[in-house]
Ligand binder design. Structure first.
Ligand code: SF4
Length: 169
């Protein structure tokens, strides 16, 4: 499936400022310990450069060297392959700090229509509903979706770890 990038995207309140403009981004938070003078406020990235997202999309993230400690997009995907890479980078980030703020339904579907990674949720009627509030937190309906999925995942994991004689319980 060829993925076409949409140009408009949500402006997440906690978007890490160094991200290149565009739908894929990483989140951050204000920190009193960060001291980068080029930034008006002291932002710290929420994804701290373990290399996992960078390994998935090496040409899209800040270079993996000693000058950077935060994970952020230096440019947006410009080809279908790069879009796939950005999607994989979002999927491997263990704190869901790599997000997609675009409205492209194919990309949202590939991210599991998951508010943990997407600023828009695709409803059953095909509408796009924003998942994020003004403070950057998930809106209650989106949080409920995330919570329900976590419960289901835990249930499935528990089931897989059952011993064979526990199968019918
Ligand atoms: S992928 Fe997870 S472990 Fe790696 S830097 Fe991001 S948040 Fe940290």
């Amino acid at each position: 499936m060829v993925i076409k990038m949409e140009t408009t995207h949500f402006r997440h309140p906690l978007r890490f400022p160094k991200n290149a403009d565009g739908p894929f981004y990483t989140t951050g938070h204000l920190s009193s310990t960060a001291d980068d003078p080029s930034l008006p406020t002291a932002w710290c990235g929420n994804c701290l450069w373990c290399g996992a997202p960078e390994a998935e999309a090496p040409n899209l993230f800040a270079p993996f060297d000693d000058n950077y400690t935060d994970t952020y997009f230096v440019r947006q995907p410009s080809t279908p392959d790069e879009t796939e890479q950005a999607i994989m980078a979002a999927r491997v980030c263990c704190v869901s700090a790599v997000r997609y703020g675009g409205r492209d339904r194919d990309v949202i579907a590939k991210l599991g229509n998951n508010p943990e990674m997407c600023d828009y949720f695709l409803t059953e009627s095909g509408e796009l509903e924003c998942t994020v509030g003004e403070n950057g937190e998930l809106l209650p309906f989106a949080q409920a979706i995330v919570d329900a999925r976590r419960v289901e995942l835990q249930r499935q994991l528990k089931k897989q770890h059952k011993k064979w004689w526990q199968f019918w319980r």
